[in-house]
Design a binder for this molecule. Structure first.
Ligand code: CA
Length: 265
């Protein structure tokens, strides 16, 4: 796993440049603690629709994923059988909407839109599939969304994560995310795990682990070894789903042909 660790450090150094290099060099200022590189092993892999421009991923019971896919004219919401990648239910969005992150809280499913200022609320029944319940206004861009600590959490591509009231869909508070003391942006797809927020970093193969109280990044996961070769530059890692029941992390990316199941060490 040394290779993985090195890859992660290289990726990290590229990501944050001098901030991390300085902390690696043991600069004798009151430098914040550097994040821990979290190692993993792959325990399984499953087919994933290579046409899915994945913007959000979450486990749905023990058998399915909830997935959101983006792009204008192609955005949808889907229920996907985990082991086969088969789309068992799907609903398309209006052509002028670009879907982003998605999360499910009880009966309600919340899906973000990118620049359209809307959060879509869906319901799902086995009879009717996905039905659009309501559209709520949202200020600014929507990138990732997840649930945790009794709230929803939204990213917008910046360094800010916003805690949102799941009933009113109004912001409660915001946190600024930092890495080794420096503001850290491009936070994308989100997932709560063990009280921490995992976030894909846009245009990288790195997932950061964020303390939701302080905004401090205290862990890093490098998906470099899993990134498929030969895809477009847009086919970045984007899709994190944590399964608490089997303690596995599922990751994929935009147009990736596979979902990977990982055990974190
Ligand atoms: Ca997620």
């Amino acid at each position: 796993m040394i290779g993985t660790r090195l890859a992660a450090l290289v990726a990290l150094t590229l990501l944050v440049g001098r901030g991390y290099a300085a902390s690696l060099g043991g600069r004798k200022t009151q430098a914040p603690k550097s994040p821990v590189v979290k190692l993993w092993s792959q325990t399984a892999e499953f087919p994933h629709d290579p046409d899915a421009f994945t913007q959000g991923l979450e486990v749905w019971g023990e058998t399915y994923f909830l997935e959101s896919t983006g792009q204008y004219g192609r955005s949808d919401i889907r229920k996907v059988e985990r082991k086969t990648g088969k789309v068992v239910s799907q609903a398309s969005l209006d052509r002028e909407l670009f879907a982003e992150g998605v999360t499910r809280l009880g009966e309600e499913i919340f899906q973000l839109t990118w620049r359209e200022g809307l959060i879509l609320k869906w319901r799902f029944t086995s009879k009717k599939g996905f039905t659009l319940d309501s559209k709520s206004m949202w200020s600014g861009e929507g990138w990732g969304i997840t649930k945790g600590l009794g709230s929803l959490w939204v990213s917008n591509g910046s360094s800010v994560l916003t805690e949102v009231d799941s009933r009113t869909l109004k912001p409660k508070r915001s946190i600024k995310v930092t890495l080794s003391g420096e503001e850290f942006d491009r936070l994308n797809e989100l997932e709560f795990k063990d009280g921490k927020i995992l976030a894909n970093v846009y245009m990288s193969s790195t997932i950061v682990e964020i303390n939701p109280k302080t905004g401090v990044i205290d862990g890093l996961i490098d998906l470099g070894p899993l990134t498929p070769k030969g895809l477009s530059i847009e086919a970045v890692a984007n899709g994190i789903a944590w399964d608490e029941s089997n303690k596995r992390l599922y990751v994929t990316g935009k147009n990736w042909p596979k979902v990977f199941e990982l055990k974190l060490k």
